[in-house]
Design a protein around this ligand. Structure first.
Ligand SMILES: *[C@@H]1O[C@H](CO)[C@@H](O)[C@H](O)[C@H]1NC(C)=O
Length: 399
């Protein structure tokens, strides 16, 4: 089956030819060590240059881990420039590699397609294993499911799972099941995920805390509180301890649907188990205070982060600034903006716009201008036109 579109096939042929020629006549000078080239590849973001380094480097890499890493990096650079036919040429060319009969090597090609969000080519590569003489096990099966997860082709997963385990007699393991459950949750079918959980228990396959957390998140988001409570109890009965991420899904639910005191109750439960809330937990608490009009408490959560060993993240700044502006507290808003700039996490244009408008309204023109100058300086590409338009509208002199 040809997966290359007709319009791209000739340039792809040239590209393969190019790889071939490089391979034959331009081995790098002996002074370039493999590790030096690896680090060069790592820091090279130009896709063509990355390709050139890859083509001279890859024939000399003997360890599958290094090969996979180099391919992964190169594919990422190409994917960023949406050069999908070049990615296909690059990966397809690997199918003539002597190591292709080794499952880990072939799996790295499947993963590369996943990285590039090319699920159909990943599936085709799995099917090609018969032709290429590569034996299949859970290794390539999991690579395929991982590729589907990375490409966000969640709907493919349940289908591939049942078909492949049946057709090729592959025994799924905890990684395979983990991706299946994650996909069912992404598809909004946590009930099906629960029945898979039961299957895992019957087959005595370990259910990890990450899998439980994924499922709980999905159930809480769908408002299926009773089912979530059941899964939570089952997790504890199964000897699996919830971690901070697991508690955060409960905190999220409480912060959205309940009162700050309910959020604090979950915090207490964590502390009893010796778990420390993280910045995500505090962000939910702060948001809950904001939504309940308790801005003083929200600010105290923000100010207390450092003492709790947490650093504010982009969501902290964005949320707090949003609510400060809604409440007309532009002075504190300005402080929050400055802190966000210091950490390189300036909120989105919409939030910043409210702050600038508020500052202008309270006749803090200098501050408003300084703020715009700062944002423009840090992000010369981001929303420049929008800022210029806003400056004209507010009659601020542009900088
Ligand atoms: C699925 O992909 C996401 C993002 O690419 C990743 O964070 C997550 O760990 C993956 N999940 C599984 C179960 O592999």
């Amino acid at each position: 089956m040809s997966f290359l579109s007709p319009s791209s096939s000739s340039s792809s042929r040239n590209f393969v030819l190019f790889l071939h020629i490089r391979h034959l006549c331009s081995f790098p000078p002996p002074s370039t060590s493999i590790s030096a080239e690896k680090s060069k590849l790592q820091s090279e973001h130009d896709p063509d240059k990355a390709l050139a380094i890859y083509s001279s480097l890859s024939p000399r890499l003997s360890s599958p881990v290094s090969s996979r890493y180099a391919l992964d990096l190169t594919v990422r650079r190409l994917a960023k420039s949406r050069r999908f036919s070049d990615i296909a040429s690059l990966v397809e060319a690997q199918k003539t590699h002597p190591q292709i009969t080794q499952e880990p090597f072939l799996s790295s090609l499947i993963l590369a397609y996943g990285r590039a969000r090319m699920p159909h080519q990943a599936i085709q590569t799995f099917l090609d294993m018969d032709r290429l003489g590569t034996p299949r096990s859970a290794v390539s099966f999991n690579a395929l499911l991982t590729a589907c997860n990375h490409s966000q082709s969640f709907d493919q997963v349940p289908h591939l799972f049942s078909q492949i385990t049946h057709d090729y007699k592959i025994k799924p393991n905890k990684i395979s099941y983990g991706i299946l459950i994650k996909s069912l949750c992404e598809l909004g079918q946590p009930e099906s995920a629960i029945s898979i959980l039961n299957q895992m228990k019957e087959r005595r396959i370990e259910i990890t805390v990450v899998t439980y957390t994924t499922l709980l998140d999905s159930l809480y988001k769908k408002g299926e509180i009773e089912a979530a409570q059941k899964v939570w109890n089952e997790m504890r009965d199964n000897g699996c301890s919830p971690d901070v991420a697991t508690f955060n899904v409960r905190i999220m639910r409480a912060a959205i649907n309940e009162k700050p005191d309910d959020v604090l109750k979950v915090f207490d439960e964590m502390l009893v188990l010796g778990l420390k809330p993280d910045v995500v937990s505090y962000n939910y608490l702060m948001t809950c205070y904001c939504k309940n009009g308790r801005m003083g408490d929200a600010k105290r959560v923000y100010e207390g982060l450092k003492e709790k060993g947490c650093l504010p993240n982009a969501a902290t700044f964005r949320t707090l600034l949003h609510y400060l502006c809604r409440n007309g507290d532009f002075d504190v808003g300005l402080d929050v903006f400055r802190a966000s700039a210091k950490r390189g996490k300036i909120p989105d244009f919409g939030t910043m716009k409210s702050l600038v408008e508020g500052l202008v309204k309270s006749e803090k023109l200098e501050e408003a201008q300084g703020l715009i100058a700062e944002v423009k300086k840090r992000f010369p590409d981001r929303s420049l036109d929008a800022w210029k338009k806003l400056e004209r509208k507010l009659r601020l002199t542009g900088t």
